[in-house]
Design a binder for this molecule. Structure first.
Ligand code: SF4
Ligand code: SF4
Length: 444
């Protein structure tokens, strides 16, 4: 007898466990005192792979957003709604609530293989079980929403703030609102969220092609179940004895999105592959391979392998590689000190002794984790001296300091109205910290 394929469901569960562990511990991992990913509105910082970028360095954000969108397009073209079935928190939490809490723990539902049958709520015990299930899930929501917030508020800050929650009402409000929304979404809205609210469900179908991975019913073997207008035809085996679909409806009963995959690809399908497992079990008893497979329409039609590498997917991979390389190059050029030089509106001042002064405001931003003392020198222009400041500028870690700078020369070049200046700014306490800036010195 043919054995059923290993259950996709269990592969998904393993994926969920790995993802949950990873996403939970990630905010606690620190590299050089920075998180792997943190977008802190409090500290006005972005942490990326252990490097902190200040508010004035958020040039990486547009790249991140582009990467996110191109990544979604790529993933959808290649694997269809693989995100929905294997990575989306909505699906993961629905499995936890419906299959684990309601079915396995509270026995409110009879079996995870029939998701069309709702519990009988005329029975008071079932109402109690439902309330208990929601209460249990609310606790899970509190943990999950806190974990989500760790990507915006460092976990150690979060715990410190929550010691005095009333002093941090906005954070507390966010935490509770996200947890309450999650509980409402998972326990009441269920898969309706995927069908009616999730914007990804709306756009994904335009990204599909006939080589995209999805749950596909094999009409060649099973027989046609719906006509082109979507109307139900007589059961396949009644139309033709050679049709293999026995119309057992197991693939329909198990579907959390309440659809019949034999109708073809539908917007509601979240790619959970429960129908693949269900038909695999049924067909194994008949010593046949499953009629519903995780494959592509082209692969099923031509009885071949899924074509992963094709024009569209290769194009996306190239774009992603370019964006990642650009981000890596830009990220590696991060400056440990940011200096902005503003010139005074007064171009120059000629003193009684003939000296010419120019006025500037230097804004030092220490993007390092330690305080530093900054000084600077004019390169290749010995005839220009620094009149002010007379001592190094002290800037605390992550802070900014404005400093009025006066440059002076006694040499009136006459030949040029402006002299280009190259200025090297350096930390007196760290020889590795130095940046170069350009400005001009105005002459009469
Ligand atoms: S048809 Fe239903 S059971 Fe099959 S993958 Fe889509 S959502 Fe899951
Ligand atoms: S589980 Fe397989 S055999 Fe049963 S109805 Fe679905 S496709 Fe047909």
């Amino acid at each position: 007898m043919k054995t059923a394929n290993p259950k996709k469901r269990y592969h998904r569960y393993i994926g969920y466990i790995i993802l949950t562990i990873l996403l939970t511990i990630l905010p606690f991992i620190q590299i050089n005192g920075n998180q792997i990913f943190l977008l802190s509105f409090d500290h006005k910082e972005l942490h990326l792979l252990g490097t902190a970028f200040g508010a004035s360095e958020l040039y990486l954000m547009p790249f991140l957003l582009i990467l996110l969108f191109v990544g979604i397009f790529f993933l959808t073209t290649l694997g269809g709604r693989i995100w929905c079935g294997w990575g989306c928190p909505q699906t993961l939490f629905r499995v936890i609530f419906r299959d684990l809490i309601e079915t396995k723990i509270l026995k409110l539902r009879k079996s995870i293989t029939n998701k069309q049958k709702n519990p009988d709520y005329s029975n008071k015990i079932n109402i109690f079980k439902k309330i208990l299930g929601i209460a249990i899930f609310f606790i899970i929501s509190l943990i999950a929403s806190a974990t989500f917030l760790f990507y915006f508020v460092p976990p150690y800050d979060f715990f410190a703030y929550m010691h005095q929650p009333l002093d941090h009402k906005i954070l507390l409000g966010f935490w509770l609102c996200i947890a309450i929304f999650m509980t409402f979404d998972i326990t009441f809205m269920a898969e309706n969220f995927c069908v009616y609210i999730c914007p990804y469900a709306r756009v994904q179908s335009v990204l599909f092609d006939n080589n995209t991975l999805m749950a596909v019913y094999d009409t060649k073997r099973g027989g046609v179940v719906y006509d082109e207008k979507g109307s139900l035809l007589p059961p396949p085996q009644k139309q033709d004895k050679t049709n293999e679909c026995i119309n057992c409806q197991q693939c329909v009963k198990v579907c959390p999105a309440h659809i019949d995959i034999r109708k073809g690809m539908q917007l509601e399908c979240i790619n959970c592959l429960e129908c693949v497992d269900a038909c695999s079990d049924v067909m194994a008893k008949l010593n046949k391979p499953s009629l519903v497979n995780w494959s592509s329409p082209n692969a099923i039609a031509s009885n071949s392998k899924v074509k992963y590498f094709r024009g569209a997917t290769i194009g996306y991979m190239i774009v992603i590689a370019i964006i990642l390389t650009t981000m890596l190059i830009m990220g590696s050029k991060k400056e440990p000190v940011l200096v902005n030089i503003d010139r005074n509106t007064e171009l120059y001042k000629v003193r009684k002794n003939g000296a010419i002064d120019n006025f500037y405001v230097f804004l030092f931003e220490n993007t390092d984790k330690k305080p530093h003392q900054y000084s600077f020198k004019i390169l290749d222009k010995d005839f220009i001296e620094v009149l002010k400041p007379t001592s190094p500028v002290y800037v605390n870690a992550g802070e900014k300091v404005k400093e009025v700078v006066i440059l002076r020369t006694h040499k009136n070049t006459k030949s040029s109205k402006t002299i280009p200046l190259n200025i090297e700014i350096y930390a007196k306490d760290d020889p590795n910290i130095k940046v170069k800036k350009r400005t001009i010195f105005a002459m009469p």
